[in-house]
Ligand binder design. Sequence first.
Ligand code: F6R
Length: 361
Amino acid sequence: DMGGHDTYMHKEISEQADAVDRVLRGRIDDRFSTVHLGGLNLDAREARGVRRIKILGCGTSYHAGQIGAQLIEELARIPADAEPASEFRYRNPVVDPDTLYVAVSQSGETYDVLAAVQELKRKGARVLGVVNVVGSAIAREADGGTYVHAGPEVCVVSTKCFTNTVVAFALLALHLGRIRDLSVADGKRIIDGLRRLPAQITEILENEDEIKKLAAEYADAKSMMFIGRVRGYPVAREASLKLKEVSYIHAEAYPASELKHGPLALIEPAMPTVAIVPDDDLLEKNRAAMEEIKARSGRILAVAHQVQEKADHTIVVPKNENELDPILMGIPLQLFAYHTALAMGRDIDKPRNLAKSVTVE
Ligand code: F6R
């Protein structure tokens, strides 16, 4: 049942305020400015002993894991990074007993992720799952973890589950942070930010008509560049994946700082750039990157917290705490990909060559 929407993708994009509300519900502990995650199976002493966190996933879940790794480093100050599960599996990784492994998956059935979990467990590592589908193979195989509570996702292309997975990582990062060195004041600041998310998501989605017009404006592009720095970079990668999956327009994502090391050669009017420009300590650096693109006659669509003069168009999104900004900045670009694909007559819920869960190697 699409509940009045023409596609599941549109329905699922529209459900995100409720979905985020669900992942937060019942978990916030205001007394200690932390969160409770019932199924982690990791007591405080064990959590304090974690020296590194390695996050494994594929596709959109891998991108959510990249933001998750940044959140964990920022809030818990534990070195963390994300890697595609398939790459990890095939490089004979060093499995370290002080590293906590986290497997991320919407379906909980992605073969490369499941196989990585099984290999890690065989070697005695501790593996948590950040999974949407309750009782799925990865959820069962992991030592513990947290459900993402996005609800059923039918469209092959993941949208609401991406957002909820990142929020689930924010909760995990806050929990680990408050067991370690994150202050009560910072814990409270993040909790207040998390509570603002559903209303801010609704605010972003109310801009759909404007985003639809912008999608028409850029629909002639043969190829698009997505750029961001640090917090904005995984957002750029995910937005680039979304656009190529549903519209089949070629897109690629680069850290803004890498442009001058090669990809600037591609910039011309037929190759527009989408720039993720949060109002944080990298704002000036992002403005400089936009200037470099303008100097080569590139068109720019910015996603930012205030109108960007260097850009041709700006989608303005509400500001949250710096750490939580990536959760919101990708949402308008889901709609951008959707409307681009719709105008091109694409099979939005079932893009060619793709399957909802990849249970083969
Ligand atoms: C992108 C997409 C895929 C999946 C990937 C992992 O929109 O849907 O990239 O994210 O196949 O799937 P899960 O999360 O089920 O492990």
